[in-house]
Each structure stands twice: as structure tokens, then as C-alpha cells.
Design a protein around this ligand. Sequence first.
Ligand code: NAD
Ligand code: MG
Length: 390
Amino acid sequence: MRGVSIFGATGSIGQNTIDLIKRAPDEYDVVALTGASNIAQLAADARTLNAQIAITADEAKLPALRAALDGSGIEAAAGAVAIEEAAHRPADWIMSAIVGAAGLAPGMAALTQGKTLALANKESLVCAGELLLQTARSHGAEILPVDSEHSAVFQALVGEPMEAVERIIITASGGAFRDWPIGDLAGATLDQASSHPNWDMGQRITIDSASMFNKAMEVIETREFFGVDPDMIEVLIHPQSMIHALVGFNDGALMAHVGPADMRHAIGYALHHPARRTLPVERLDLAAIGTFEFRAPDDIRWPALRIAREVMARGGLAGAVFNAAKETALDGFIAGHLKFTQMSDVVASTLEHMDASGGHIDATMTLDNVLHTDHLARQAAWQAIKTCQG
Ligand code: NAD
Ligand code: MG
């Protein structure tokens, strides 16, 4: 039996992970499941999977979680510290699928076990890539990518020498607004930004796909994960979301990963790695699909891509500032304080402000410094939101 924990179990990635685990219940010993507001889902899954412990991020919801688990013998806990502690509970395979920088500390804790971390939480690599990788190295832990593009690159690289890699191309569907006139973007509503043409994901990443901040994060994630120069990473608009990434080699070959837009593929690959097992995903009928389309991305429509390049050039803790500003701008858009197009203004001005004040971007990359810089950047981003509101 493999010990398995799922951080962010109630979310889109968490539920897809649980779907796979439920199909082979005898193979897994479920240790910890975590969630935040959806107590009914968390408790139901903890009961079905007979987890050791269920934890909600929201301390006010602990009584409800206890009540929902009553009589099951499953432990209940609440709060960020309890989530981090649960990441120390022995498990062979740990899914990091909390959304946002809140996933960083539990991911770091999980790596100290020296086992496998399946990483969906790209924010932790953007905020503190070097720290995460260093922690993995020093504890002999393995990090496997779960983001579909990074899983695709990882698979295209199996057996290949890194020295032969010339470029890595990650694809982007273009999100909800890829065909909108640019002048209409400022008027985009929350509902419009929350519906993705191809993927069924959590609301935050769906809006980040429309703004291309998701792809901007993924460019940085690619740099961190595969250790390549930023100028070797390209973004390609591919509206069908079936080619997830391509790796270009020095002999001119491009190895493309083609698969359905179903996260259970990437999750399943990370769950069974290095084996491949049968997965319950669609088999693509390429003759029926007929054509694959590609376009170059447009920095005017999607300023996030340009900002990501600036963040990589700046280095240090710029990624932590970028992520915190992006999360805060997204909060501002969801709350109706910002227009869709103002999110990138807030991120750009927060980066400028943080660069000009206090040397926070040049601080050593420790977990404490990253969390402190994250906190300051969120404050600066709220100021920038107020300025945008006039
Ligand atoms: P989601 O919003 O559906 O779920 C997020 C999970 O995190 C939930 O379990 C929620 O309870 C928990 N959570 C939220 N705030 C928390 C906090 N402060 N502390 C602890 N837990 C908290 O998100 P998702 O779409 O499943 O995405 C999860 C992660 O996976 C993100 O980093 C996202 O970028 C990444 N990802 C998602 C997809 C996808 O298809 N959904 C694809 C690639 C990568
Ligand atoms: Mg992705």
C-alpha cells in the first residue's frame, strides 16, 4: 500500500486526483486530505477514502468538520499550521494542489520526507523555485510536474540528454478572450473571464488563463523546473489544447506531447511514474480533429507574458513579488475593484515599487524571506489597486 496525501483535495486538481485513487482503493493508504471552505466534500472524501486526518484551512470551520466526521475515527484539524504539520505525516506520494502561495510551506514540509511531491501548485515554484529544488535535493525527494505543459515536457525529455535541448515550447489555448477585439478587454466581466474554452479548472486559474498570467507563471515554472535559459522558452497559442508542449533538439527534431485536455492524464502520469498505467481519459481521434492551429502570442493583448520575462531577468525574489501581486490583482478583479486589463497594471507597478524600496527582491531566498516579501508585495499591490480606482 502506498501512503498518499492530497493538499487541496477539494479543488479541481484534488478531485481529479481522488477520482484516480478511488478507482484502485486497495493500492492506497490515504494519510491526509486538506481543504478550505467545502467541508461537506472534504468530510465525504475522508470517509470514502478512510483518511487518517482531514484538515480545513479555515479555523472557523473546525466544529463543522468535526461534526461531519463524527463516529468515523478520522482526525479533524484546522489552520495553516495544522496543514503544514500534516505535510510531515509519513506518505510516499504527496499531491500539492492548494491554490496560491499558501501551497509553498506545506510543499516545503512535504519535501523534507524525501519522498515524491506531485506539484500542481506552480505558485511555489514561481515564488521560491531554487529553495524548493534545493530542499528536494538535500532530502533526496523527487518533484514531479502536474501542470499539463510541464508534464508534457517531462515526458518528451525521457531518455534525452538535456545538453541537446535547444528550446522548450509550451502551448496556451489563449483562454476566454483570445479572439476578442483588444479594445473590448477592459469591459470583460467576471463571468466571461471565468469560463474556459477547453479546460474545466478552478476559477482562479481559469481567469489567469484569460489574462495569460497562468502562462506567464508557467514560463517561470519551466525555467525553474528544467533549469533552462529564459530565452529557450517559447509560448505558442494552440486553441485546441491538445499539444501541451514541444521540446526542440539540436538536430532539428521537435518532440510534441499530444493528449486530451484532461488533468487526470498529468496527475496519473505523476501517480504511476516511472510506469505508465491505463487511465480513464479520452483517446484522441486525430482524423476527426483534422487540423491543429498555431499562432504567435501577442504581448499587447497579454502583457503578462512580457512581465514574466522581466521577472526572470530581475531574478532574486522577483518571482515572489510577481506571484503575490498577481494573486492580489486577481482578488481585486474578482471583488469588482479592478477592470480585467488593470490586473497587469497592478502587477507591473507592484514590481516597480518593490524593486525601488528596501532591497526585498535581493534578500536571500529563505522561506521566511519569501513569505515576508509576499506579505509586503500584497500590501503594495492593494495600494496600487486603490490608485487604479482613483
Ligand atoms: P481550486 O481553486 O479548484 O482548488 C484549490 C484548493 O486549495 C482547494 O482544495 C481549496 O480548499 C484549497 N485552498 C484554497 N485556499 C487555501 C488556503 N489559503 N490554504 C489552504 N488551502 C487552500 O484550484 P485548482 O484549479 O485545483 O488549482 C490548484 C493548483 O493547481 C493551483 O496552483 C493551480 O495553478 C494548479 N493547476 C491547476 C490546474 C487545473 O486544471 N485546475 C492545472 C494546472 C495547474
Ligand atoms: Mg498548465
